[in-house]
Design a binder for this molecule. Sequence first.
Ligand code: I3P
Length: 126
Amino acid sequence: HNVDGSAGPQTILKGEYLNKAKIAEGGKKIRKNWTSTWVVLCSNQLLFYKESKQEAVANLKPGGKPDGVDLCGAVIEWTKEKSSRKHVIQITTPNGHEFLLQADHFPTICKWHDAIKKAVDSLSSG
Ligand code: I3P
């Protein structure tokens, strides 16, 4: 296990609160529900926590795993069609899960878009 208590790979971008909505699961549209989520980017996955990672790790049940998205084969793109909100990115996984991430502060979401894209690209290039 890593020093932070997770067994996962290394952290690329440390936690920050972003607005998150899951809009499809397994290719099926689901009702959109925006929530503020503490997001952490690792080399191969994006992790979602309800509270800061420090609290989340403290509250995690033994053997429990945080909610997350596997970035292998994922597609990340800016979208203006999927929301009336500004500054929205969409992450689509090969198994048909679709997530939206949004921040009011444009540089914030830009930073996450670029970092996630980089992580996805480096996974596909081996
Ligand atoms: C949804 C809610 C979302 C909105 C969504 C609505 O209504 O207002 O905030 O998404 O629009 O359907 P409800 O709470 O009744 O489910 P945005 O904020 O991203 O626009 P949508 O159906 O056009 O996705």
